[in-house]
Design a protein around this ligand. Structure first.
Ligand code: XMP
Length: 331
């Protein structure tokens, strides 16, 4: 057993006992933090959501969560986060609508890596600014989970990839330490803890969503128009997947704005709109992924609905490429 495995065994034992874990973790947070304050960057994802509720149960108002809307969120995402975490749980949550700031910063950038760097860098700046406004906060909360540690090569494991979430946030802005209450849990265990904490199913069972969000699914330059078109198309596809029960067959399913325009016809008039791609993959570890064989009638129904209902989109293609050679995300 290496160090990380030993630490997991000490926290979780052979099989996770959800209730006992929650109780012990709340006590551990209180022991670590005392009456000091914790700042947590919330993304709306499962890991940071579970962290937020655990921290809130442990230290209540001494937790401040910050949700940065970088303008590349999915439809209604910011509203849902607010409703659940501020509304239902009463968590001290600050939402920052930074759409314009991010889009201004990303203006003219078309290279995928530069786009990622731009969004990531700006995210840190916005977060830092907000942290400064809040005054002295001693701890930074983070939704690191066990696979993040393994994939990053910590604890004697060989690095699979430099994980996006590890080291993603500034640690040099004066924090005394990190609080990572789900650090030794696998994803399915985090979900179990989330359910036991009363987080709604649609959030606990959420598919992974990359940090840069729709930026890596909206090819070429980021514009509000292209992102809005993508948001609507993506919502239709995901909604239909849920309604048809196909969401259970895929670990990730989403739409992409290909940045290609094609000619179409709506209500007897010529259109020139974006081509939307849809992608549904099945995978266990996200290192390799297969294409989910969606029923053809379903795919054509979704295509027609997107091309009809979404203004600015008039054609849909289906991405049937496994990983490798393609990656899951398009950028
Ligand atoms: P790829 O595209 O590399 O994606 O096959 C593998 C998995 O990682 C997710 N992904 C990200 N997650 N920040 C994240 O938190 C990112 O920048 C990022 N890029 C890709 C992707 O959605 C898939 O689950």
């Amino acid at each position: 057993m290496n160090q990380a495995e030993k630490e997991r065994a000490a926290k979780v034992g052979k099989k996770l006992n959800v209730k006992a874990y929650i109780k012990a973790e709340i006590e551990a947070i209180r022991a670590q933090v005392g009456d000091k304050k914790v700042l947590l960057a919330m993304s709306g994802g499962v890991d940071s959501s579970v962290c937020a509720v655990l921290l809130h149960k442990a230290i209540g108002k001494n937790l401040t969560c910050v949700f940065v809307d970088h303008g590349c969120m999915r439809l209604n995402e910011a509203k849902e986060v607010k409703k659940v975490f501020k509304g239902k749980f009463g968590i001290n949550l600050i939402q920052i609508d930074a759409e314009k700031r991010f889009l201004d910063k990303a203006k003219g950038i078309t290279d995928p890596e530069l786009k990622r760097k731009c969004i990531g860098g700006e995210f840190i700046r916005v977060f830092e600014e907000e942290a400064k406004k809040l005054g002295r906060i001693e701890f930074l909360g983070q939704g690191t989970i066990y696979p993040d540690i393994i994939e990053s090569g910590v604890g004697g494991h060989k690095a699979v990839k430099a994980h996006h979430n590890v080291g993603g946030l500034p640690k040099d802005i004066g924090f005394e330490g990190l609080v990572e209450p789900v650090k030794y849990l696998y994803k399915d265990e985090v979900r179990k803890v989330g359910t036991a904490l009363g987080i709604p199913d649609f959030m606990v069972q959420r598919q992974p969503f990359p940090g840069p969000g729709l930026a890596v699914r909206c090819l070429g330059e980021l514009t509000k128009e292209k992102l809005d078109i993508l948001r609507q198309a993506d919502f239709i596809f995901r909604d239909e997947m849920h309604k048809a029960g196909l969401d259970k067959k895929a670990q990730q399913f989403f739409a992409i704005n290909t940045n290609v325009k094609s000619v179409g016809v709506k209500n007897g008039a010529r259109t020139f709109g974006y081509v939307i791609a849809i992608r549904a993959i099945s995978t266990s570890q996200f290192v390799k992924a297969g294409v989910v064989p969606l029923p053809f009638a379903f795919v054509t129904k979704v295509a027609e609905k997107i091309a009809t209902k979404v203004k600015g989109a008039n054609r849909v293609v289906w991405d049937i490429t496994p990983k490798p050679p393609a990656t899951i995300e398009w950028e």
